[in-house]
Each structure stands twice: as C-alpha cells, then as structure tokens.
Design a protein around this ligand. Structure first.
Ligand SMILES: *Cc1c(COP(=O)(O)O)cnc(C)c1O
Length: 361
C-alpha cells in the first residue's frame, strides 16, 4: 500500500522527505552511532540540535532579539493555563476574543486563574466569522488580550490583527503558525503545538517578549515558570528529543521550499482551489464561513444531503484521500491543508469531489 494524502487536522501530514530522512537516520544520527531517541539531551549533538532549532525558528519567523523562544511540553492546552499563571495575578484582568472551539477552551481554563473578560464572541453567528474589531470591548489595563489566530474546527482565520493599543496580545497559533510571514512584534506571546503545521506532537513552541518573561505575578513552581525554561534554553528537564528532531527537519524543509513567503503562496493556491470547488458546486458542497475569514488551513464543508456522508468518507478513503471526517461540533467534512499538503493532494481532492457529485447526484 502507498501513502495517501492525509487531510487530518492534527497530528497531520508531514513532508515525505522529512519522514524519509528520519527513516534513514533512525539507527545512527549526528555521528553519534546511536539513534536520536537514545542520546543524552546534555550531549554535544543534542545541544547542537536545540541551538539549531532555535536559530532556524528565529530566522524563519524573524523573531526580534528581545523575545525568547521556548520549546516546551504539554501541548497548547497546558499553556491555556500556564500563560495566565506566568503573566497575570489572580486579581488582574485578561481579555479573551472568542472565535470558536479553541478560544472557548483557552478562556475556560483561564477563568479560575485570572479575572477574564470576553471582548467579543462569534457564538451568536455559530462561529462562522470573526466579530467586527470595531465592536471589541477591550478592558483598560488588562494584563493581556488572548486571540486564536486560526480556529481549527470552525475553519475561521483571524487574517490580520487589528490595532488594539498597548495590551500584550497572546495568540494561540497552533494551526496556522509558519503558514505565512508574521510580524512577531505585534504579539507579546505566540504559542503553538507542533503537531499541526510544524512537526511532531510533544513539542509546544512559545515565543515570548522578554518583559513578559520577567513578570512575576504570583509564586510558581520552577517547572511551570517560563523564565526558568528560558534560562536553561528549553533543556530544564529531559525534552521530547524526537519531536525536537522532527521539527528541526520540518523547519529545514520550509527553508528549502523558499521560507514563509513560498509557504503563503502555496497555501493560498491550495485554499483558493478548494474553496472554488466548493462554491462552484451549485450547492452540492457548502462552506458556511464568512469569505473574508475563511481559513487557509482547515476547510470544513458539508454535503447537500448528510445521508451521503458515509459514502463520501468511504470512497474518498479508497481513493487515498484520508481523514476527511469533520469534527463532531460542526459535522460534515473537513480538509486540513497545512504546509505539508502538496497542491497535487488538493487537486486530487477537488477531482474526487466533482466525480462524487456526478456519481451520486
Ligand atoms: C489542536 C489545537 C489545540 C490543542 O492542542 P494540544 O496540543 O492537543 O493541546 C489548541 N488550539 C488550537 C488552535 C488547536 O488547533
């Protein structure tokens, strides 16, 4: 059997060249005569990998020198809680923009740790758009404003951050990090689980401005303190070494493709092709999201008759188009088309969709 095109939302498709390289190097890595899975994180080779991972990430994202880059664990979910613990006290206010499932999760976790305020919510519109920035009710003096740059389940992307004044913006970028160039200086914290667009599960990226790193709003155990991890260059305790390694290979791959400018061009072309197929299907397929905020990474769509869903999933899988089942919160289908999805994969999907519509009517 050969590999299919994997449209999974996460963990998701990796570039084939990355997997092949990992396969080649699995037994002996970095001149160590041992696997990357077997060597000490205090050894020269692994420390060099840690340094390279940080340097490559800084270069790709153009991270200014007054920010720290941390490679942590716990997934984005752990940092829903750990971020308020590190940068806000229990009596401080923190603002949350609610754009969908993940923003809700981040907000729910922060509620018990800090006084949260919802600046706006897309819930009344069933999270098919981003609330108009002119209507956001920012809290004066808030410790931070939390946003979700891409809602992986609803397929809504905050395409550009509006002006919000001086409040540090904390952004969960789990599902669109590295998909296009980014102005890091607009943010106080950027964080993302690696398993969607960056590498392997187990590694969580956190880019934090150093003045936020220096905030000490409450006593915390060392292991939960970002400043402690920064001091040890993300090697405070044993890191998930294989996830570091895979992520480093993915960053090299992005570089070889032409960096984030090339990623954006590719991602735009893929998304345009898929949305055009949906919109041009005379209602056979539908995506409910406000065109302006449609995600380039996660494209949910429904069939005109939900009774066809099962056949669609079965036949697409047989055609080598994997994991198209939508999240249960929105139903239907979802195609996640992250960086590693080649345009041929999207072409195969739209071809299949047209054939399916013809066959099933
Ligand atoms: C997947 C996802 C999460 C959760 O990530 P974990 O690594 O499972 O904790 C959080 N936010 C967004 C936007 C996601 O896509």
């Amino acid at each position: 059997m050969s590999r299919g095109y994997n449209f999974s939302a996460g963990p998701s498709m990796l570039p084939e060249s990355v997997l092949r390289r990992a396969q080649e190097e699995l037994l002996e890595w970095g001149g160590e005569r041992a696997s990357v899975l077997e060597v000490s994180h205090r050894g020269k080779a692994f420390v060099a990998l840690d340094d390279k991972l940080e340097a490559d990430l800084r270069r790709l994202l153009n991270v200014p020198s007054d920010y720290s880059v941390l490679f942590l664990q716990g997934g984005a979910t752990q940092h829903f809680a750990q971020i308020p613990l590190n940068i806000a006290g229990p009596d401080d206010s923190a603002d949350y923009l609610i754009t969908g499932h993940w923003a809700n999760k981040a907000h729910a976790e922060a509620k018990t740790l800090v006084k949260t305020h919802v600046v706006a919510s897309g819930e009344a519109g069933r999270f098919t758009s981003v609330p108009d920035p002119a209507q956001w009710q920012l809290t004066p003096g808030a410790a931070y404003l939390h946003v979700t740059s891409n809602e992986t389940i609803q397929g809504v992307e905050l395409d550009a951050l509006p002006a919000v004044g001086d409040v540090p913006v904390v952004a969960d970028m789990s599902s669109n990090i590295l998909s296009r160039p980014l102005d890091v200086t607009r943010y106080g914290i950027i964080y993302a689980g690696a398993q969607k667009n960056m590498g392997a599960a187990g590694l969580t990226l956190l880019v934090i401005r150093n003045d936020l790193l220096a905030r000490k709003p409450r006593p915390l155990p060392n292991i939960l303190t970002y400043a402690a991890h920064a001091k040890e260059k993300s090697l405070l305790n044993t890191p998930p070494g294989f996830a570091f390694y895979i992520t480093a290979l993915v960053l090299e791959w992005i570089d070889a493709q032409g960096g984030l400018v090339a990623m954006e061009r590719l991602n735009r072309a893929k998304a345009d092709m898929l949305y055009a197929a949906i919109d041009g299907s005379n209602g056979y397929y539908k995506n409910p999201v406000d065109v302006r905020y449609r995600s380039r990474m996660n494209v949910p769509f429904t069939l005109h008759d939900a009774a066809l869903d099962e056949a669609f999933l079965k036949e697409s899988r047989e055609a080598g188009l994997l994991a198209l089942k939508g999240h249960k919160a929105v139903g239907g289908m979802r195609a996640s088309i992250y960086n590693a999805m080649p345009i041929e994969g999207v072409r195969a999907l739209v071809g299949f969709m047209a054939e399916f519509a013809k066959k099933h009517g």
